[in-house]
Write a protein that binds this ligand. Structure first.
Ligand code: B12
Length: 215
């Protein structure tokens, strides 16, 4: 199958209805047809998750639908992540990344990690539900240049402030930059908690990380 005969909107549909095997099949066909992985992620997969969120908010979807859509998204993303992360030679900086305490959402965080890795950063991914102490400990251990925090809930977004305070307390992490993101996070919030940067998406996270390290 070639790119022109592939109907990529089927990927949007598959994720929206949580059909993991259809999503995987379409992504495999798209990879075989050399479709740009970014086009799949930003053109179909993220918009599908946005629509899942809209339906959840409107009371049309419930937690089981969120779960199966999330599973379809993760399965499809796992096939694309090696392509997104095809890396350069020398790491240009080290990033400790994780989703903050109390928060189990990891799809966006994973995407940011893959894009940063693809741009040549070394990634230490701490996973989800990460405490401020763990961020600090791993940042010290790995001599991180950047700590990247993801939060998807308005409640857990508040823990960002705790992580920033914990990092700023440590002299050895003086030069370490903190970037934040996730659906409820805004530039205004980032400014109010003293983060070094914010981006609403994974591409922007790469630009931001590069800018912070070159400054
Ligand atoms: C899938 C999903 C789930 C899945 C998560 C699966 C997984 N493995 O991640 C499951 C089912 C587990 C889930 C659970 C819950 N969820 Co949920 N979930 C979603 C959903 C539909 C999509 C999230 C997603 O993956 N989006 C796709 C990715 C690519 O986007 P993203 O995460 O925003 O990331 C991008 C940017 O934000 C940015 N970014 C992200 N992180 C970072 C970090 C940095 C450093 C930077 C720079 C940028 C950046 O770049 C990413 C790529 O472009 C959202 C709706 C939405 N539109 O956000 C609701 C949503 C986040 N969930 C919501 C809720 C309420 C819940 C639950 C409380 C439901 C419940 N009653 O149990 C639980 C909470 C569990 C917990 N403790 O965390 C609400 C939050 C409301 C709020 N205001 O707080 C939302 C907004 C749905 C809604 N519209 O009401 N959820």
């Amino acid at each position: 199958m070639t790119e022109s005969t592939l109907d990529l909107t089927k990927l949007y549909e598959a994720i929206l209805i949580g059909d993991a095997s259809a999503a995987k099949e379409i992504v495999e066909a798209a990879i075989a047809a050399a479709v740009d992985p970014q086009l799949l992620v930003t053109g179909q997969m993220i918009p599908a998750m946005d629509e899942v969120g809209r339906r959840f908010e409107a009371g049309e979807y419930f937690v089981p639908e969120l779960l199966i859509a999330g599973r379809a998204m993760k399965g499809a993303l796992a096939l694309l992540q090696p392509l997104l992360a095809a890396r350069g030679v020398e790491p240009i900086g080290r990033v400790v990344i994780g989703t903050v305490k109390g928060d189990m959402h990891d799809i966006g965080k994973g995407l940011v990690a893959s894009m940063l890795e693809g741009a040549g950063f070394e990634i230490i991914d701490l996973g989800v539900d990460v405490s401020a102490d763990k961020f600090v400990a791993r940042a010290l251990e790995t001599k991180a240049d950047i700590v990247a925090l993801s939060a998807l809930l308005t409640t857990t977004m508040l823990s960002i402030k705790d992580v920033i305070a914990a990092v700023r307390k440590i002299d050895a992490l003086n030069g370490c930059k903190i970037i934040i993101g996730g659906a409820p996070v805004t530039q205004q919030y980032a400014d109010s908690v003293g983060a070094d940067g914010y981006s609403s998406n994974a591409n922007g996270a790469v630009t931001l990380a590069r800018q912070l390290l070159s400054a």
